[in-house]
Design a binder for this molecule. Structure first.
Ligand code: EPZ
Length: 426
């Protein structure tokens, strides 16, 4: 008897990528923008929304909250008039980490919210303590449920809050909760990622008063209510980084339309150390691969080297000349993909959350499994450069965060396709 067909990515490595790829809207920008739409009783239009599974899962959460949504092409219309802080199916909430971003807006608008435990990738424990401590400073009470949390408040009053760590999600939840609180909230030690800047701009377009986003000090003056708005999502800097690294690794020449230098400064300075040729043009970035030198990086909150590109860079360093080190400081379990790279001939040791990589002349194709979103992308990059064929399972992880990765790589000359394999007979 055979089980359901299992979708995988088949890849024959060795192609020099060349041509142009257009970068889609940013996953980690659109998810908080969607959440912030819950703050209004009006209609919101978000353009350049990537067609990703994470967006679809967020929409299924929204449906249970009473949002009317219309997602056509890359345009998302959200009507939040009939939103209620209902209890959403924990199985749905648990599918994406970003579902916890409904906490701030529902607390702000309805003074109550229910969220799941955590969800998302298996890259670390990913607690919510920083979110809860900050929201409690505004006057919220948060109670643990069997598989989630219930938050409520009589009123939300502005407060001074200092984050011990610049959590992206906690900063986003706090900006949304404080947007309708009474009085002024000052966040110190806030995350400074570009996605935070976008969230503040979107809330301001709704009539909110948020200043300082993009710096560690963010000031939010609560308003009585917020109206609907229209907004366009920025390009995805992690997707752009992924294709920059793919171009560098393949030894070809790739142009990334819409990629923006300012958001990729840490990667581009790493390229300079590795001897990768790149240049900024009016509407994108150009990269040319070649023999890559080893380097040493440490991941850090923005503007440091982004943890989301850590697996991708590690895959590229596997065949760079010399010894490289990649130290992960944001998540405690973000090297699970290394075991898969070793099946392809990589020479990597992990010590104290740091990968020590000895460059080898070439990797070879293998059957490998993606355990999370960026690990999956890293295995695709490694397979692109490997000699021979690879089969990559865990495609569902890649579909969470990359729009049309297979067609985009195929258009750049990669010999890649999705295959539906009949599961092994049992
Ligand atoms: C966002 O996750 C991104 N996700 C992640 O991208 C990204 O890796 C991360 O920020 C860091 O840049 C979205 O934006 C949807 P954090 P988030 O709160 O908000 C710890 C991808 O691949 N922490 O900054 O969950 C946490 O465990 C994903 O696109 C606490 O301890 O990240 C982690 O170790 C992966 N307590 C570190 O902080 C808290 O209350 C960073 O977490 C919150 C976080």
């Amino acid at each position: 008897m055979t089980g359901l067909a299992q979708e995988k990515i088949w890849l024959a490595g060795g192609a020099r990528l060349s041509g142009e790829v257009t970068i889609s809207g940013a996953k980690n920008a659109v998810l908080p923008l969607m959440a912030a739409s819950l703050l209004t009783g009006g209609e919101c239009i978000i353009n350049n929304v990537p067609r990703l599974d994470d967006v679809l899962v967020m929409l299924s959460v929204f449906k249970e909250l009473g949002v009317t949504a219309d997602f056509c092409g890359h345009r998302l219309r959200l009507d939040c008039r009939r939103v209620r802080p209902a209890a959403v199916d924990p199985r749905v909430l648990g599918r994406i980490r970003a579902s916890n971003l409904i906490l701030g807006p529902l607390l702000a608008r309805f003074k109550e919210a229910e969220i799941g435990a955590c969800g998302g990738c298996s890259i670390g424990s990913r607690p919510l303590d920083l979110h809860f401590a900050a929201l409690e400073a505004l006057g919220a009470r948060i109670l643990p449920l069997e598989n989630g949390y219930f938050a409520f408040a009589r009123d939300l009053k502005g407060a001074q809050v200092t984050f011990p760590f610049p959590s992206v999600g906690a900063t986003e939840n706090m900006i949304m909760a404080a947007a309708l609180a009474q009085g002024r909230t000052v966040l110190s030690g806030a995350a400074t990622e570009p996605e935070i800047v976008e969230l503040a701009a979107y809330i301001n377009a709704m009539g909110g008063k948020v200043t300082g986003a993009g710096t560690p000090i963010i000031v939010i003056d609560g308003v009585k209510s917020l109206h609907g708005a229209s907004y366009t999502v920025i390009p995805d800097r992690i997707e752009a980084g992924t294709y920059l690294l793919a171009g560098a690794l393949s030894g070809g020449e790739v142009f990334l339309r819409r990629a923006r230098k300012a958001e990729l400064a840490a990667l581009l300075s790493t390229f300079d150390a590795m001897g990768v040729n790149w240049r900024e043009t009016a509407d994108g970035l150009w990269v040319k691969g070649g023999r890559l030198r080893s380097t040493d990086i440490v991941t850090a909150p923005h503007p440091g080297f982004p943890t989301d590109l850590q697996p991708l860079l590690t895959a590229v360093l596997c065949t760079a000349q010399g010894r490289s080190t990649v130290r992960e400081t944001i998540f405690e379990n973000r090297f699970t993909y290394v075991a898969e790279l070793k099946k392809m001939g990589a020479s990597i040791q992990i010590r104290d959350n740091c990968a020590i990589i000895n460059g080898v002349p070439a990797l070879f194709g293998a059957d490998v499994a993606a355990g999370d979103l960026r690990a999956g992308a890293a295995l695709v990059l490694a397979a692109l450069a490997a000699e021979g064929e690879s089969l990559i399972s865990g495609v569902e992880h890649i579909d969470r965060g990359y729009e049309d990765m297979v067609p985009k790589l195929s258009a750049l000359g990669a010999d890649i396709r999705r295959v539906k394999l009949r599961a092994q007979a049992v």
